[in-house]
Design a protein around this ligand. Structure first.
Ligand code: XLS
Ligand code: NI
Ligand code: NI
Length: 438
């Protein structure tokens, strides 16, 4: 078989000082960090939709991506060829996992039966490539946002027939995710939101979305799928308001509709930014609820302010992400999925390698910096110390729910005006900086 990426050798770790290109300076897959090899701590995944299907168009211009393996047709054969190209890419780039939407991998047919046949055929190829290479599916999902039938939403559509079509599509996407041994299944509410409240019954749409997710949970049990279910928050794009707008809104929705036991969150950096929150904030909100599952590792372009899905090159951000991941004891079924696309101007096949190497080295440096910050301990000690006044009888009685306002009154009268220490933010920022280097 001729190669899809001729002239590109498997990317190897060459060390921070290495010169040259197409090598890892920081990612060293078997190097132990906090007792686990880097590849287990990081669990990198490539997103099929960006890596194989994104033509790199923008609102003002056509696609520029050069994909010599792709004949441009919608045939199943072409779809199967793409899978082989993708796995060669994963192998050469040393990426262990991938993620896909049903419609990224296989073309939609004229009816449901044909769409399912198309998908089955491509899944056969995916399964063969997985067993040839040992690569794994991090998560699968259904594309419920591209086809015009979903213009008013999918699980929140005003039309029951559309709701049923969405259900049929999710049912099949769950089947194939299960078949491929996927670690999880993502629900990103592509068009689940509204463009105008003038034509929208929000309460009814949310009730329907919850029913839809309950049906998915039931189906998960029926087929014996043991992976995680994730909701992926995003505040806007494509709708004016997406119901799953941020981590807190998702958690509230899941609690309100008795779904919290069945879902975790897949947090995406660029979506956090669009929500006006920091990534670290979103991760902590999810983590505090025991619901931090997986990460779409990309970043935005603050000056543009839309979902630019850039590859993550920001060391500070990666360090913050890895502090949260190590803080929760590492990933279980989740991982770092590069839900990221090259810039339109980076159109050559080799740019796929440059882009993923950037993301992988950035997160490897972030992992090591986070581990060093934790080993140093001064930031965590500072935080523990900052709350040390609570380590007393009154503190325990407040935290356990026993204390009353009368108790507080008594204590306040006795203790007099409190001594207020500094929060030392700038000192802590300087400590972070000491450990961060590419
Ligand atoms: C789009 C979302 C999407 C999900 C999967 O903005 O990030 O790519 O990750 O449907
Ligand atoms: Ni995403
Ligand atoms: Ni995005």
């Amino acid at each position: 078989m001729s190669e899809f990426f001729p002239g590109i050798d498997p990317i190897r770790h060459a060390g921070p000082e290495a010169s040259g290109e197409l090598l890892f300076r920081r990612y060293d897959r078997d190097k132990l960090v906090e007792g686990r090899p880097m590849h287990e701590q990081l669990r990198f995944a490539s997103a099929y939709w960006h890596t194989m299907r994104n033509p790199l168009a923008d609102p003002f211009g056509v696609g520029t991506a050069c994909m010599p393996w792709d004949d441009g047709s919608d045939s199943v054969e072409n779809a199967r060829t793409r899978v082989r190209a993708f796995f060669e890419f994963l192998e050469k780039c040393s990426i262990d996992h991938y993620c896909f939407h049903d419609r990224d991998v296989a073309p939609e047919g004229d009816d449901i039966a044909e769409s399912e046949r198309n998908l089955d055929s491509v899944v056969e190829e995916l399964a063969a490539q997985q067993s040839r290479t040992g690569k794994k599916l991090l998560w699968g999902t259904a594309c419920l946002f591209v086809h015009p039938r979903y213009m008013h939403g999918a699980a929140t559509s005003c039309l029951i027939d559309v709701f049923a079509h969405a259900g049929a599509q999710v049912r099949k996407a769950m089947d194939v995710t299960h078949q491929l041994g996927g670690g999880g299944y993502v629900f990103w509410g592509g068009r689940e939101g509204y463009t105008s409240l003038l034509n929208t019954d929000m309460k009814r749409e949310l009730d329907h979305l919850a029913r839809f997710l309950h049906m998915a949970v039931d189906y998960k049990h029926k087929i014996g799928f043991s992976g995680d279910f994730y909701i992926e928050p995003k505040p806007k794009e494509p709708t004016t308001h997406q119901y799953d707008s941020d981590a807190a809104a998702c958690l509230n929705f899941l609690r309100e509709y008795d779904l919290l036991d069945h879902f975790k969150l897949n947090i995406e950096t660029n979506h956090a930014e669009l929500a006006g929150k920091s990534m670290r904030h979103e991760l902590q909100v999810a983590s505090a609820a025991g619901a931090l599952g997986s990460i779409d590792a990309n970043m935005g372009t603050p000056h543009l302010g839309w979902d630019t899905d850039c590859f993550p090159g920001n060391l500070y951000l990666a360090t913050e992400v890895m502090l949260e991941i190590l803080g929760m004891g590492g990933f279980t079924n989740g991982g770092l999925n590069f839900d990221a696309k090259r810039r339109r101007e980076s159109f050559e096949p080799v740019d796929l390698f440059h882009a993923h190497i950037l993301g992988m080295d950035t997160f490897s440096a972030g992992l090591e910096a986070a581990a060093a910050i934790r080993a140093d301990g001064s930031i965590n000690d500072f935080i523990a110390d900052r709350y040390a006044s609570w380590e007393c009888e009154l503190g325990r009685s407040i935290e356990s729910g026993a204390a009353s306002l009368d108790d507080l009154h008594r204590h306040a009268c006795e203790s007099g005006e409190p001594n207020i220490p500094s929060a030392r933010q700038e000192r802590l920022e300087a400590i972070m900086n000491r450990f961060i280097n590419g």
